[in-house]
Write a protein that binds this ligand. Sequence first.
Ligand code: C5P
Length: 234
Amino acid sequence: MDSRICIALDFQTKQDVMNFLDQFNEQLYVKVGMELFYGEGPSIIEEIKQRGHKIFLDLKLHDIPNTVKMAMKQLAKLDVDIVNLHASGGIAMMKAALEGLEEGKTSDHRPLCIAVTCLTSLDQEVLDQQLLIHEPLEDVVLKWASNAKEAGLDGVVCSPLESPIIHKALGLDFLTVTPGIRLADNNVNDQKRFTTPAMAKELTSSYIVVGRPITKAEDPVAAYHEVYRQFQGE
Ligand code: C5P
């Protein structure tokens, strides 16, 4: 079965990534973020793909529509499986992103494109006082997710706790990709609100993003299998 667990490869160097991947004998879904991509450049994508893994390229684009379109056209050439952007860039920007992906795609299928709704590091106080957004945070998340769907995107990045309400309003086919996952015995690190993989499954997460509970585990392969058992097992 295809993995719906994206392991966040939050490493500084290619060598660290390869040392980590060398431990696994199976096809993984991995997330490459800004730290690794800006450090190693696009060649890191090709090297990970050559090992047979699927890739969520998490660069969170946010600019005027034409710039995002042309940037997405370039990213599409890397032939990754998922890319993303900020929903706060608006519907025109999200539509332009899809145009860029269609123009740049190297096979029949463009990468899936998902939108970050409200960063989980923001809370109601920041919305109110710094951004002058006075609606309840949950309403903002749902509105921005609706905008993403209207633009034609495939889903959103959100908290597992927001997944049920987004799926109820926008349908189960609209993907929810959810970080903030911890195994019951993990240090919660800087994730303020978190759920276990089993809870994320119950809350209808389409994919989960898991970093440190796997990458920093004493036995990363065993930790991955425990996450897999809880989220995708019978
Ligand atoms: O180590 P941990 O499991 O907390 O990693 C979570 C990953 O998901 C990190 O790569 C982080 O950047 C990303 N992420 C997040 N919260 C968001 C969006 C992305 O934790 N709202």
